[in-house]
Design a protein around this ligand. Structure first.
Ligand code: ADP
Length: 357
């Protein structure tokens, strides 16, 4: 990472997004004419900011890479830092809204492509112990030409360790795992898997899956689907939680849930996958690699083309590190022909444990 200033850019363009920590605008790199995004973040000394630190660790097909970071003196202070990122013009939130405008839901093939890539990004992050902590549709960026998806906004991401608590007031409300809503501070990366499950629901019905006006209502919306959590489930989510004043509601049947929320594209596989992601017990939620092997994704494992005839983005270029980590599930994730190609590319150093090679 080199430190450069705004001189690096020939054009500083329009604002393409703003978030809790700053603004994002489009720019053109002077030398190569490449379009990039610059995220300008206020340097607030009251909060620990790990964004650059975490971005520097990342190198994955489905995580937005940092190209450069720079800051400069404004008066006598460094008020902002700037992150130069690859420019991806769309995000899942806007794609869902686009279809909703026409009273439609996304074609199922896109739901599969977006979820697969999100899970691959999460599998990579979680394998390094990094929890994103703000998985939501606007942070899943898309290049519309290739349908390539990258997880963005690592402003809330954290390397979770067992020995230190983490704040529970994290993640956007609709996507917050129930343990966060009841104040857990010793949560795990499985909070991202809850968010992924909620996003799958949103992709299927075209509107946020659990839509509470505040934290309490958010929990009530979850209870309406999963039923009142048992004491064991509450303890597993937050063993310091003592207030058990939840409304008494029986779990709803998943088929019924989708009937009530209405989705023309829901399939048995989709219901099975979501029912294994939206689970109270955090340790019972599917892990990202396990989810990648779910039959919901079979169509994209064997197909190769988008509805417009273009090729799928690269879905199976697993790095050796990813491969080693996800070895247990790899047979379910990849067709044999692709496993053999990857074994060849990675020179198969894990051959003894891997019968296919
Ligand atoms: P914050 O941390 O302040 O929430 P984000 O990183 O989420 O900021 O960025 C805010 C918005 O800017 C995003 O929702 C997205 O619409 C847009 N954005 C972020 N990164 C990019 C990018 N690399 N390319 C294009 N747009 C982006």
């Amino acid at each position: 990472m080199s430190l450069v200033g705004y001189q690096r850019f020939s054009v500083i363009g329009r604002v393409v997004g703003s978030g809790s920590f700053g603004v994002v605008f489009q720019a053109k790199v002077r030398e190569k004419g490449q379009t990039v995004a610059i995220k300008k973040v206020f340097q607030d000394d009251r909060f620990e900011n790990r964004e650059v630190e975490i971005l520097c660790l990342l190198d994955h097909e489905n995580c937005m890479p940092l190209k450069h970071a720079f800051n400069f003196l404004e008066g006598e202070e460094y008020l902002f830092y700037n992150l130069e990122l690859e420019f991806f013009s769309e995000n899942i939130h806007r794609v869902i809204a686009h279809y909703a405008n026409y009273r439609q839901t996304l074609p199922l093939i896109y739901v599969k492509l977006y979820m697969f890539q999100t899970l691959r990004g999460l599998a990579y992050l979680h394998s390094m112990g990094i929890c994103h902590r703000d998985i939501k549709p606007p942070n899943l960026l898309i290049d519309p030409a290739s349908q390539h998806l990258k997880i963005g906004d690592f402003g809330s991401a954290k390397l979770l360790t067992n020995d230190k608590p983490s704040i529970s007031y994290i993640c956007s409300r609709y996507y917050r795992a129930p343990e966060l809503l009841i104040g857990a501070t010793d949560y795990t990366c499985s909070i991202d898997m809850w968010s992924a499950g909620v996003i799958l629901g949103e992709l299927l019905i075209g509107t946020p899956f659990f839509k509470g006006e505040n934290g309490t209502e958010q929990l009530v919306e979850i209870i309406k689907v999963l039923g009142t959590p048992t004491k064991d489930q509450v303890f597993a989510m937050n063993d310091y939680y003592v207030n058990f004043q939840f409304p008494k509601i029986d779990p709803n049947d998943w088929g019924n849930v989708f009937h009530e929320k209405y989705s023309p594209i829901v399939s048995l596989e989709a219901v099975d996958l979501i029912s294994q992601l939206l689970v109270y017990f955090p340790y019972q939620r599917m892990k990202p690699f396990e989810a990648l092997g779910h039959p919901f994704f079979d169509e994209i494992k064997f197909g190769t083309n988008l509805p417009n005839g273009k090729l799928f983005p690269n879905l199976f270029n697993f790095q050796k590190k990813e491969f080693d980590y996800g070895k247990r599930w790899i047979r379910k994730i990849l067709p044999n022909s692709k496993i053999i190609v990857l074994c060849y590319e990675h020179i198969c150093s894990w051959e003894p444990n891997f019968p296919v090679c």
